[in-house]
Ligand binder design. Structure first.
Ligand code: SIN
Length: 323
């Protein structure tokens, strides 16, 4: 019996359509539906019994917390009803790593969940979408992929949702896990794993989004020369629950911004320091929490989920060191 794989489509360039086959920018992302995507890769049926479902059809820059909740709830429902042995999510590459990390923390169980996308639209010569989709299905259907957390698979490479980031605006080899490297790769169609992420995820995650209709409001504020803290002031006035400060170097904060962050913390807003460097750990400080080595955009997601459970700073710091 072939494994049952469910494909949940959300849009992106993998479902993108351009006017001519040589066009690789300026096209419409999220233009093609799941049936058309599947019909374009009939080889998939050789490896799995595949069914598709359209969750949304958007350019992933427009992703929302509501779509994340819908997607994670649907995946948990599919697994609890035993409707699939593994799941593939097709997604735009711009925020793919964020959706992957959100699912890594909110999907429960050990069955594979694999996110894939494409850098060239479906209509382009040598589009990467078809092979990425086929590979993602083969990974989701493979016994080696169980218990690895949510996986990101493009360009024959398999990365961990926690560690991967989009590093280049245009190239096919854009997804990298800077400090830690790949989990594995797809060698002539076979997924091979060489390491695992040691942080808590999926079946071992304490976060539960069942029944939630929205997430706490957390903003990222980007540190820079001449920072005057006015965005922090605006965030306080907007009623945020948390702020991730993407500081310079080791999460350092401009003296002008620090005054505003201290005021925010005194009002009960949880502040997490991360770094605008693309890799490296932010070491702890007295006043604010450390985002460990998460990118600011992933620290924001973990802080949102942490705030659904507690406002206790030491508890939230524990979470940053465990997930
Ligand atoms: C998007 O993120 O939806 C557009 C860009 C892409 O998928 O590569």
């Amino acid at each position: 019996m072939k494994p049952k794989i469910k494909i949940l489509a959300t849009g992106g360039t993998i479902a993108g359509s351009a006017k001519i086959s040589t066009q690789t920018t300026g096209y419409t992302a999220g233009a093609i539906g799941i049936d058309e995507l599947l019909n374009a890769v009939p080889e998939i049926k050789n490896f799995a019994n595949v069914t598709g479902e359209q969750i949304c059809n958007i350019d992933s820059k427009d992703i929302t917390d509501e779509i994340w909740l819908k997607l994670a709830n649907r995946i948990n429902e599919i697994f609890s009803r035993d409707e699939a042995d593994g799941i593939v999510v097709t997604h735009g590459t711009d925020t793919l790593e964020e959706t992957a990390y959100f699912l890594n923390l909110t999907v429960h169980g050990d069955k594979p969940v694999v996110l894939t996308g494409a850098m060239r639209p479906a209509t382009a010569i040598s589009s990467d979408g078809a092979m990425n989709l086929l590979n993602a299905v083969r990974i989701a259907a493979h016994k080696n992929s169980f218990g690895k957390g949510v996986l990101v698979a493009l360009n024959d490479e398999i990365n961990s949702a926690r560690e991967v980031t989009k590093t280049n605006t245009l190239t096919l080899s854009t997804f990298k896990s800077f400090e830690f490297g790949l989990l594995g790769c797809v060698n002539n169609g076979t997924p091979e794993f060489y390491r695992t992420s040691t942080r808590r995820h999926t079946g071992n995650s304490e976060f539960d989004i069942d029944g939630l209709t929205k997430l706490p409001l957390v903003k990222i504020i980007y540190g820079h020369a001449g920072d005057d803290g006015i965005f922090i002031d605006a965030a306080i006035n907007a009623g945020v629950n948390g702020i991730v400060y993407a500081g310079t170097g080791n999460g350092s904060i401009h003296a002008n911004a620090e005054k505003f962050l201290s005021r925010a913390a005194a009002q009960g807003i949880v502040i997490v320091r991360s770094s605008r460097c693309s890799s490296g750990t932010v070491t702890p400080s007295e006043q604010f929490l450390s985002g460990d080595n998460l990118t600011p955009q992933k620290a924001r997601i973990l802080l949102q989920l942490a705030l659904t459970k507690t406002n206790d700073r030491s508890e939230i710091q524990r979470m940053f060191y465990q997930y």
